[in-house]
Write a protein that binds this ligand. Structure first.
Ligand code: SAM
Length: 326
């Protein structure tokens, strides 16, 4: 962390934008023309039948794709978690269309009704209150059922707090584990965090404002040496990013008592090189399934060790196996 114990985005992006020069209205006609061209192209063809999983903003209303808007405008039906909430989003883009509810409490009957429409060749869009449906949001059972019925399922990708937090955390992104919401009860939450210590890569969890201080305390105890980032209110007016040691972040949280929505990220720990025994065990298991050459490739890649070292151990394991067989 470049010798820094703790860093914080000094100003929210929304505040920075509003302090800049006056908006460049000169660009508006060109932009409007470009947008219209894209809209014309997308709206010219009828929407193919199928289930559309449409991502919507996680705070900033402007974070919605042109394709998402067109699907929401032209789908035969739009299902959402909370019709009052999603009506505001659609109204912001001039759509006053009918919305239907599909949420955590929707059951087999509700799914059957949607599937019936889909099997009759209708197009159905699914949105959640924010971000990407199915990511800590309803929709999985519906998608699974649609696939089982042979119905086309299409993603209209866009915002998700998970990826927005990950790409701004300053932590490795090549391998990450998304743990969804941490359990609300303190003991279960600690248990889950302790279990996650062994998972390689950056760990990502969602957390509510009500529990952020308790969770920061647990992070300081369970991950004292790992870099941590906490993204708050992404894309919104009070967007803040805290990055640094868990103890410094805990201090800041105790002092500022932040409210809102949070994503917690924990950087990977120091990777210890695997012991000889680990390599031998991995080899034994791989050699039961594949050839010696393939096992060496697999283990060297999986454990991040040199191919030559793994090859020598594989030869030893094979000759021991042959001795035993004689
Ligand atoms: N489907 C959403 C997505 O794609 O990110 C997540 C929905 S989940 C019910 C809501 C949780 O996501 C919040 O409690 C918070 O942990 C995280 N979240 C959503 N919006 C956020 C934002 N603007 N800033 C930080 N975290 C956010």
């Amino acid at each position: 962390m470049s010798g820094q114990r703790f860093s914080k985005n000094s100003k929210p992006a929304a505040a920075v934008a509003s302090e800049g020069p006056a908006p460049n209205h000169a660009l508006k006609p060109e932009l409007a023309l470009g947008l219209e061209r894209q809209l014309d192209k997308l709206l010219a063809a009828p929407l193919a039948p199928g289930l559309y999983i449409v991502s919507t903003p996680i705070g900033n209303l402007a974070d919605i794709s042109i394709r998402a808007l067109c699907v929401l405008a032209s789908a035969d039906a739009v299902f959402c978690e909370d019709t009052r909430h999603s009506r505001k989003l659609l109204a912001a883009y001039g759509m006053g269309r009918r919305l239907e509810a599909y949420h955590d409490f929707s059951g087999d009957k509700d799914r059957a009704r949607i599937l019936a429409a889909l099997t009759h060749g209708r197009s159905v869009a699914l949105i959640s209150d924010a971000g990407t449906p199915l990511i800590a949001d309803p929709g999985f059972k519906l998608v699974r059922a649609a696939i089982e019925e042979g119905i086309g399922v299409f993603a209209i990708p866009g915002p998700s707090a998970l990826l927005a937090a990950l790409v701004t955390a300053g932590l490795p992104t090549d391998r990450f584990h998304f743990g969804g919401f941490l359990p609300p009860k303190q003991a279960a939450r600690r248990h889950e965090l302790e279990a996650a210590r062994a998972i390689p890569g950056t760990l990502v969890f969602y957390e509510s404002g009500a529990r952020i201080e308790e969770t920061a305390e647990a992070l300081a105890e369970i991950f004292p040496d790992r870099p941590v980032a906490i993204a708050r209110e992404l894309t919104k007016l009070f967007e803040t990013a805290l990055r640094g040691s868990p103890s410094a972040i805990l201090e800041e949280i105790r002092a500022s008592k932040p409210a809102g929505e949070f994503v917690i990220l924990i950087g990977p720990g120091e990777q210890k090189p695997p012991e000889r025994e680990d390599i031998e065990n991995a080899l034994r298991s791989a050699m039961r399934r594949v050839s010696l050459k393939e096992a060496v490739e697999e283990v060297a890649k999986g454990l991040g060790v040199g191919r030559k070292q793994v090859y020598n151990l594989a030869l030893q394991a094979r000759s021991k196996g042959n001795d035993r067989a004689r």
